[in-house]
Design a binder for this molecule. Structure first.
Ligand code: NAD
Length: 351
């Protein structure tokens, strides 16, 4: 087991990584003060473990993005009140990024803020979303429109939970892992060394630690996404989010990978970039998904204008440049839509 300390101006999070971290955490808590937020899929598999570890104060949300809503947020408050949760309670987010985001927001608001512990169970949540303090719900078709920055006191990254994770959710997490590979030379080297075996548990445990270390350093330097460093974590996300809102059917991480692929095409068209490096990144992406040639990317492009990184009707993209380095590109909506359609066309021609 290894710990990472994430210190920000206002708080400190301890991230416990490795097998046994859950058991160790549970042995230290007062279960009467815990309120668990989880989803139906996880409850079906882990209900007895949750009851014995945390008692019976809980809410079970429907699995999936639709639970990141104000309606569900209200239900969490109602249930916490019904269970008599006081200021000294702990909100335990046991689940993937959906549970983590909404439980984090609930913890930041209930009685002006109560203790939050993240126990991420999906690969995406373990490598990325459970750390960094971004909490949110979606509103009126805009992802993460209503949210807060609120750091968990502890994050328990227990690899055992990944054993029950469906394969498509593993692909989803690999999307974020490859994103970190495009940001961090050490992670990129590890990815290349393990290419062909990216789903192996030993590799996943090792790379998860490195991704979290990278994220903790970035968040410590720019907790509130102000100075620009944290923006780099959005590599692939502007286009990925727009595709996700428009096409829906795939997982978040698959959309991030598709977004990265399309944005790399744009970077290649506009920038000098390291062609060999891009070739290696594309090889890693193709190990996880076959990037689709989306229809009607122009309509999807319109949604990127609402992305939080974009302003004044311009689209802002963070793109890989060379190993361990990325760059920012700003485009008009028209230029962006044109380049996306060119990319979709080139995928069609090559398939
Ligand atoms: N806060 C952040 O910094 C941040 C960063 C990236 C993504 N996100 C958000 O995270 C969300 C996506 O997260 P996600 O991909 O984890 O989705 P998710 O929470 O919907 O989980 C994916 C699916 O896997 C199931 N699942 C999770 N763990 C499981 C396990 N151990 N065994 C069996 N089933 C399991 C869930 O029930 C769900 O059906 C999005 O809403 C995205 O906006 C937040």
């Amino acid at each position: 087991m290894k710990d990472i300390i994430l210190k920000t101006a206002s708080s400190q999070s301890v991230i416990h990584c490795g097998e046994g971290s859950f058991e160790k955490y549970v042995s230290s808590i007062d279960k009467k003060q815990c309120f668990v937020v989880t989803d139906g899929n996880l409850f079906a598999v882990y209900r007895h473990m949750l009851w014995s570890s945390f008692g019976y104060n809980n809410i079970i949300l429907a699995a999936g993005e639709s639970s990141k809503s104000l309606t569900c947020l209200k239900s969490i408050f109602e249930e916490m009140l019904k269970c008599g949760m006081q200021r000294n309670c702990t909100v335990v987010a046991f689940g993937g990024g959906v549970v983590g985001d909404i439980a984090g927001l609930a913890a930041s608001l209930y009685m002006r803020g109560v203790k939050l512990v993240q126990i991420p169970t999906s690969l995406l949540a373990q490598v990325d979303s459970a750390v960094g303090g971004k909490t949110a719900v979606d509103f009126k078709n805009v992802k993460n429109l209503i949210g807060s920055f609120y750091q968990p006191e502890e994050v328990i990254v227990e690899p055992i939970f990944l054993r029950t994770l469906p394969q498509r959710e593993v692909r989803c997490g690999l999307g974020e892992i490859i994103k970190y590979g495009a940001l961090d030379g050490e992670i990129f080297k590890l990815l290349k060394a393990n290419s062909g075996g990216l789903k192996k548990p030993n590799f996943i445990e090792e790379v998860t630690y490195l991704c979290l270390k990278h994220k903790a350093e970035v968040v410590a330097a720019d907790e509130r996404d102000n100075s620009g460093i944290r923006k780099t974590l959005n590599l692939g996300h502007t286009t990925g989010h727009a595709f996700e809102l428009f096409y829906r059917r795939r997982t978040h991480g698959e959309f991030v990978l598709a977004g990265m692929y399309y944005e790399m095409y744009i970077a290649e068209k506009l920038h000098k970039c390291d062609v060999n490096y891009f070739g290696e990144l594309r090889k890693l992406i193709s190990e996880v998904i076959k990037v689709p040639s989306f229809e009607d990317v122009r309509s999807a492009a319109k949604l990127a204008v609402f992305d939080k990184k974009s302003a004044d009707g311009k689209i802002c993209l963070i793109v890989p440049e060379s190993e361990g380095k990325c760059a920012e590109i700003t485009l008009s909506e028209e230029e962006y839509a044109e380049l996306l359609s060119e990319c979709a066309e080139s995928i069609r021609e090559n398939s």
